[in-house]
Structure formats: structure tokens, C-alpha cells
Design a binder for this molecule. Sequence first.
Ligand SMILES: Nc1ncnc2c1ncn2[C@@H]1O[C@H](COP(=O)(O)OP(=O)(O)OP(=O)(O)O)[C@@H](O)[C@H]1O
Ligand SMILES: [Mg+2]
Length: 321
Amino acid sequence: MNEKSELLKDVLSRARYEVSKVIIGQTEVVEQALIAIFTNSHALVEGVPGVAKTLLVRTLAHILGCEFNRIQFTSDLMPADITGTHVFNLKENTFNLVKGPVFTTFLLADEINRAPAKTQSALLQAMQERKVTIDRTTHFLSPNFTVFATQNPIEFEGTYQLPEAQKDRFMFKVSMDVPDREDELSLAQRMLGDESPENILASGAVQPVISAEDLIELREGLRGIKMSDELLGYVVDIVRKSRQHKAVLVGAGPRATQSLVLASRARATLSDRDFVTPDDIKYMAGPVISHRLILRPEFEIEGMTVAEAVSDILQNVVVPR
Ligand SMILES: Nc1ncnc2c1ncn2[C@@H]1O[C@H](COP(=O)(O)OP(=O)(O)OP(=O)(O)O)[C@@H](O)[C@H]1O
Ligand SMILES: [Mg+2]
């Protein structure tokens, strides 16, 4: 393993340690969020209210020395509300740019499906190109610009479902479950003293492990992680199988292939290895593929879930030895 990969592994393990001072449990979610950040991607985050989605992204921003912003999407949110706009300055007789909340590094886009299509697509351009156009001038965003978007899964009323093309821009969907009993009990215990997760984060007990500039260089460490041709073939076969499965109406596109390669390599790094294994790929396949699949209505009516379809797809692809 080369020096950069070693450094990256070290940073990732320190980052996880610092996060665990604030976030109780949720280890898989923390890993996946780190994978999204270190592969320079974006993630959908799903979970019922109060499972610490906001707190997690805020904590990660702090630990990685990055700026954090949050946008609450609503049905009347306009594209300019997220990108920014020029405001006339009477004193100087000029137009001044007032930058919108996308000018940040980690952006939490809350309830993205509440905004109308044109506002969603303004965010889409920002995600895809890491730049925005305001009154015909292009402005570049941070090279580390990462969107974590939540969708409101419970109330569909007054929401605009994310179009498939927009979902495809997210590397994967991270599902945050409610904590198990033990974790919820530690949360309860912390509330007795002065140790609420928010207080811990504010107290300075959580140390940044790098600064935003280091992120770009650290990412190069991923290139030192080997992935054999057989495993690349395995990734391609899984994604292609998702298009042929009997229960699937719309399968995953080529972006899923790209994402699965990058995510598996990052997961190998988090597992302290300098090579990808079939298990890395299997582990990441669910989060990468699920949100891109649309099941045939007749299978949905029978009660088939996307998770079941993915596991069936995996069982029908030959694992390289
Ligand atoms: N696993 C956890 N570790 C630490 N704190 C937690 C955990 N789960 C919940 N909490 C606590 O729950 C509270 C809610 O967290 P947060 O606001 O981040 O939730 P959320 O998922 O963003 O909710 P919403 O969907 O309503 O925006 C926080 O005060 C946090 O202290
Ligand atoms: Mg929140």
C-alpha cells in the first residue's frame, strides 16, 4: 500500500473516532457518509425524524474542517433562493451578488422532494457540475461540494417525487434506522448530565482531523487500492443484471457502475485493506442500486421490495474467485 493510502486510512479511522463522540452507534451510516465524501459524490439520506441526520452532517463538516449549510426545501422555494441573486446597491449604484446557500462545502438539502422541479434542477446543476449560473454568470463551487439530501418518505402530499435522472446523481441512498435499545439508552443517559450530543459538539471536545484543502489530496489515496479486472467485471454484471431482472421495470444505468466501483474501493480502505473484495461490492450494491430501481407494479402489488430484488440480483451473478 502506498503512503497516500496509508495516510487516508489513518484519517478515516480518526474521523470515525471523532464522530463517535457525538453520534451514538449508526456505524454503517457514518461509513457510508464518509465514502460519499471521499469519493467526491452525493448521498440521499433516508430516515424518520430525529435519527440525527442533521447532526451527523454537521458533525462530519466540523471534523473534516468543511463549511456546512442547510436548506429546507419548500413548495415555494425558487432557484435563486438556493443559488443566489444580484441585489441593487443604491449607494454604489451597482449590482452586488448575494450568494445563496449552495456556496458551501457540505450541504444538507432537507426534504428535497418538497420543491418544484425547477428548483430541484438548480440543485442538480450544482451537484453535477459544481458550479452555478446566476444571471448568466458562472460561479464555481467548492471542489468538495457534497450534497446530503433527505426526502420526506412519510407524507407524499404536496411533494414532487424526485425524477429518476435526479436520483441517479446520488451515489447511493443511506438508510438511517432508529437506534437499537442499547444506543437509545446511552442517548437517554447523556441527557441527564450536560452531555447532549449537541453540547458535546459545541464544547470543543471533538477535534477536526483535517482541513478542507487536505481532502482533495487525501482522495488520491484511493487510487492505491487495487481492484482486479474480475471484480470490475463483477460490478458490471451486477448492474447489467439489474436491468434484466423479471421484477424490474427500470434498472440501474451506467452511473451505478461508476458509483459501485468507487464506493467499493472506498469501503476497502475503510476496512483497512489495499484491495477490493467481492464482499465490498456486495455490501455496497444495495445502497448504490436500490434507489435507481423501479419495480414492475405487478411485483410490487405482490409485496416484493427493492431490497428483495437486489438480493435476488446478487444471487444470480457469479462471484469471481
Ligand atoms: N444516534 C444518535 N446519536 C446521537 N444523538 C442522537 C442520535 N439519534 C438521535 N439523536 C438526537 O436526536 C436529536 C435529533 O437529531 P437531528 O435533528 O439531527 O435529527 P434529524 O434526523 O435531522 O431529524 P429531522 O428529520 O426532524 O430533521 C438530536 O438532538 C440528537 O441529539
Ligand atoms: Mg434534520
